[in-house]
Ligand binder design. Structure first.
Ligand code: SF4
Length: 183
């Protein structure tokens, strides 16, 4: 199984509770005006075997969970499901950001299986006129779905909104639901 990814970050604290391995999947056709990550829309991205990603996740010490973002993870549903199942096997918590609503995901072929293995879903299109940028939600129409008892809503909503990581090679990674506000 090959996933096409935009980027990955092994240790983020701004993409869900705790320290999380984050994978941004490449490709999204939903076209929300004002999307802050337009570089993830086009098809393509780095093709990488899901097994390789899971090996990287397994080798990353001290993480609490896996977050899938994008782009649109549900537009690579087979890969997203394998990643989530793999993370669960490692005992990690699972969180997905999707532009599709919970109901839209449930109506997709692999949607129910994915939802059954998620701890948290942040769903819905980004609506620029309802901008929020807090509690993991980019806009107020988006919903936090607590799909297991693993995390409390308060814990998830306390996720930092902005993260800036400077790598040893000097490259800068900006993440979070409000990645540019404080720059
Ligand atoms: S679903 Fe997400 S990635 Fe896709 S256009 Fe909307 S905000 Fe951007």
């Amino acid at each position: 199984m090959i996933a096409r990814i935009h980027a990955r970050e092994p240790r983020s604290r701004a993409n869900g509770p705790g320290t999380r391995f984050v994978i941004w999947l490449q490709g999204c056709t939903l076209g929300c005006p004002g999307c802050f990550n337009p570089g993830t829309h086009a098809a393509g991205g780095e093709p990488i075997a899901v097994g390789v990603l899971l090996d990287e996740i397994r080798a990353t010490r001290g993480i609490d969970g896996l977050t899938l973002s994008g782009g649109e993870p549900l537009q690579q549903a087979p890969a997203a499901l394998e990643l989530v199942l793999g993370a669960r096997r490692l005992g990690l918590s699972t969180l997905v950001f999707s532009g599709y609503t919970h109901a839209e995901i449930a109506a997709q072929a692999l949607g129910p299986a994915l939802l059954a293995h998620l701890d948290v879903l942040v769903d819905g299109r980004y609506v620029a006129g309802q901008r929020l940028g807090a509690g993991l939600r980019g806009s107020t129409n988006q919903q936090l779905h607590m799909l297991s008892g693993r995390h409390s809503r308060a814990e998830v909503e306390a996720t930092p909104t902005t993260e800036i990581r400077i790598a040893r090679d000097g490259s800068v990674v900006l993440t979070g639901v409000e990645p540019l506000k404080r720059l």
